[in-house]
Design a protein. Sequence first.
Length: 103
Amino acid sequence: METKFRPWSHLRFFGDSELRLNDPVIWFPDEHVICDYTECGVYIAGKHVKAGYKPIEITLKEIFEKYELWTPVYADGNRIAQQFREYKIHTLWDLLLHLLAHK
């Protein structure tokens, strides 16, 4: 059985898309960062690549298999942050429930 990541703080999201369960995202496991494929997400992903972090293309659905569902999520200053505030999303569990309800 694969060990799930337990980040020291939270999982950070960057981008301006309306998140969907099967959306491809760019994941930086060493930094616990997820970027979507909008201009904002790709910009932040590029900064992480330049800093030497290895990106992995994965779906948002697969992220839920990599982390404990109680993992806190964080976004600031982008459309994803607005969604997190609007729908009171604080953990991966909250996000999963929201995505399943809004398929």
